[in-house]
Write a protein that binds this ligand. Sequence first.
Ligand SMILES: Nc1ncnc2c1ncn2[C@@H]1O[C@H](COP(=O)(O)OP(=O)(O)O)[C@@H](O)[C@H]1O
Ligand SMILES: [Mg+2]
Length: 227
Amino acid sequence: MSNVVLDAQNISKSFTDGKTTVDVIRNLSLQVKTGEFISIVGSSGSGKSTLLHVLGGLDRPTTGQVFVQGRRFDNLGEAERGYIRNEHLGFVYQFHHLLPEFSALENVAMPLMLRKGTNFKEVNQQAEYLLERVGLSHRLTHKPGELSGGERQRVALARALVTKPKLMMADEPTGNLDRKTAVKIFELLSELRQEFNMAMLIVTHDEQLAKSADAVLHMQDGVWVDH
Ligand SMILES: Nc1ncnc2c1ncn2[C@@H]1O[C@H](COP(=O)(O)OP(=O)(O)O)[C@@H](O)[C@H]1O
Ligand SMILES: [Mg+2]
């Protein structure tokens, strides 16, 4: 079995607005191996979020191919991409994207609830375990609006990990947190990565935090650049 979790080949992404076309990602390739931690650094507007959305199947590339666990992914329909995402990938956004009307526990349980043949008791146990792992056992019934920024991001992490993904992608997961909280979240990520033998692809502005990765990739105007 191949040890490549994510293989993106010659990815381009352009947005067309009337007569103008903007080439945001230009012929990028990237491989993430099992358990590997890669960080992506680049200034605002360089195309990091666009790339992550394409790699995570939230959007389609204009050209190029994305493979997840050896299976081509980018050319599938919305529902099938959703299924593969749920099965193999975890995603953490810059702004948590938690559902405001649901509790922390319900938010974390959601990805498992969406699966067929769900055993509710097991799902709740698994969600509770993840919330305990991120230090939030005492906040199970709180809604996102009743949590601090750092706590919300911990819930978002727990939700991304509850399915035990092979790869977690995070788009500036600590971008809105103070430095101390950001360092703690990174430490937690590194522990969970080992526990789940999970690969991580993280976009960050923070060169210092990025350095803890196995490899740091620098992005500028939609291409990799040497640093
Ligand atoms: N849906 C879209 N339509 C048109 N342009 C977009 C769209 N999404 C992103 N862009 C443009 O792509 C560029 C890169 O955006 P983004 O990927 O969000 O960068 P980053 O995450 O590195 O800050 C920006 O110039 C942005 O305006
Ligand atoms: Mg971005």
